[in-house]
Design a protein around this ligand. Structure first.
Ligand code: FES
Ligand code: FES
Length: 182
């Protein structure tokens, strides 16, 4: 067994785990943070995505011991200290960006990091941003709309005038939109 020290959602934590313990399992089973979901468990679906030092990564492909000393943000850490929804969570709520919700934690973390890099994505850039995450329910249209709305909410919070996306995803030239049309 190995002790690993992690800062998860701003809280320093220690876990004693086998060398082969996946980070996703460590978060869920050792630390009780079950908001991180596990779908494919081999790096395809994106449901397990968490932020490692701000970078979205598949927690099912990482060993917990290799993360010693890292700062990890899970979906539980996205809302404010008072429980207020983050702009991305608010965008999902307003634009109906989820149905069963299984994929949602991975989308929320991925989009949170993506909007840090590109605070004003075009519709095509929003499609590109979510291209590594799979959802079996929504058809992606409302998720793209939520990305654009989240960007608006962030800008509105910074003092910009209210946006007008009205939860419409806009034109998309991505593969996913092509698949949706089949
Ligand atoms: Fe990790 Fe699917 S569970 S990518
Ligand atoms: Fe059900 Fe995405 S909302 S898998």
């Amino acid at each position: 067994m190995h002790e690993t020290s992690l800062t998860v959602n701003g809280i320093p934590l220690k876990a004693t785990v086998p060398a082969r313990r996946l980070l996703s399992d460590c978060l869920r089973h050792d630390l009780g943070l079950t908001g991180t979901h596990v779908g494919c468990e081999h790096g395809v679906c994106g449901a397990c995505t968490v932020l490692i030092d701000g970078v979205p990564m598949r927690s099912c492909l990482l060993l917990a011991v290799s993360m010693d000393g890292s700062a990890i943000t899970t979906v539980e850490g996205l809302s404010g200290p008072d429980g207020a929804l983050s702009p991305v969570q608010q965008g999902f709520a307003e634009c109906h960006g989820l149905q069963c919700g299984f994929c949602t934690p991975g989308f929320l973390t991925t989009i949170t990091a993506g909007l840090e890099d590109n605070p004003a994505p075009t519709p095509d850039e929003a499609w590109e941003l979510i291209g590594g995450n799979l959802c079996r329910c929504t058809g992606y249209q409302n998720i793209v709309a939520a990305v654009l709305r989240a960007a608006e909410i962030t800008r509105e919070g910074a003092g910009d005038s209210p946006g007008n996306s009205r939860c419409t995803p806009g034109p998309a030239s991505s593969t996913m939109s092509g698949e949706a049309a089949l």
